[in-house]
Design a protein around this ligand. Sequence first.
Ligand code: PLP
Length: 460
Amino acid sequence: MNTLGNTPTDGDLVDWDRDHNLHPWADTAGFGATEYMRVNTADGIYLWDASGKRYIDGPGGMWCTQIGYGRQDMADAISAQVMQMPYASPWSFTTEPAAVLARMIAERTPGDLNTVHFTTGGSTAVDTALRTALFMNKRLGRPNKKIIIGREKGYHGSTFLAATVTGKERFETSFDKAQDLVRFLPDVNPYHRPNDMSLEDWCNAKIADLENLIAEVGADKIAAFIAEPILCSGGVIVPPPGYHKRTLEICRAHDILYISDEVVTGFGRLGHWFASEDVFGIVPDIITCAKGLTSGYLPLGACIISDAVIKRISDAPGDDVFYNGYTYTGHPVSCAAAIKNIEIMESEDILGHVQRVTPHFRARLQQIKDRFPIVGDVRGDGLLGCIECRPDLNDQSYEADVKFGQKLDDACEELGLLLRPFGNMAVFSPPLIITPDQIDDMFDIMEAGMTRVSEGYEKS
Ligand code: PLP
């Protein structure tokens, strides 16, 4: 169908989207049947759908709209770069935005993480990190040291390797993965520990899981451990205190690279450029980031590698090639957007703002737990939050959880708030510019939604 020159009707858009646009994580039964909400405009923390209804953007796009929507200064920076130099092959050239941004990132990373490889998003950043770990070991003459340790409920993306190390068991699909390259550690969620177990004992048990797996597989076979500082898509799971430092120490003792996946936690979500050191006290070997790097205005990711790893790769005998990269590596327009994003975050002290509003956000989150007995746990850090409801005593199936999550999502949507349902959990990560009054608006709607859906729900 030739659509040029025609103004599509609402009906056309619904049909064309259903017929031709395959969305991420589409249910096979819904191929060609699902009607997605069509969003038209956005400003600050708000989105408007095609009918003109306004919503608070609870998920912050997809954990990414840090500086908020509708920024003229961002549009100007993007447009200026488009006119000056919209594209340059990273194989042959560099550009001012790519060089400047690499430097700005290196200045904000912990320790000796100074080498930046730009990617197209988070999955390709993770893919690059894993390929770098395997590449390093081949260069060092130990090609069999290539197993990756991931964690149950960890999410790392959608390329073949990133999906391989993703441990979200409920999203097992018929998609193939490189199973022989990965081993998973069990759930680290403190909320799921036995009732009589202290947090300290839970941490000890989680550390033992890692030690046991290394003993079973053999450190000489393990290349890397990949971990989100907070497991975001798994339900904003904050591992017990001390966990990060101890896992890093174990990795160092066995020469296993520690990859910190900061695709969500980086760029201000927890009130710091990166959470690894500033929040959890660790300096990993590799950090991956994306999303908040451009506040979602343009696609961009980065794999940031320590000087120590770079040195091991370059000092190993024989010449070789870092055979990784993308047509859009260091894309000048995306890099210009990221530079402007960092400038805005700095000039408006957005990191300080997140730190200042976090206690209020946490207090309102806690209030939900105190008010609604069906809420089993609330958790989060910075502007990341999750409400986990108790399972329905009458029906503890995954389908029942999904139904409940969907009901809460529907109720909040009707009331003007978008959430992200995951089974019996709802997660949210609003734009970082959200004000205390807007935090109240968001939680007021959530409480009204909870009131609606908790009626008639059989609680434990
Ligand atoms: N890593 C983490 C921790 C993520 O949450 C995501 C996406 O949500 C990814 C990687 C993949 O990023 P992308 O969707 O940009 O490829």
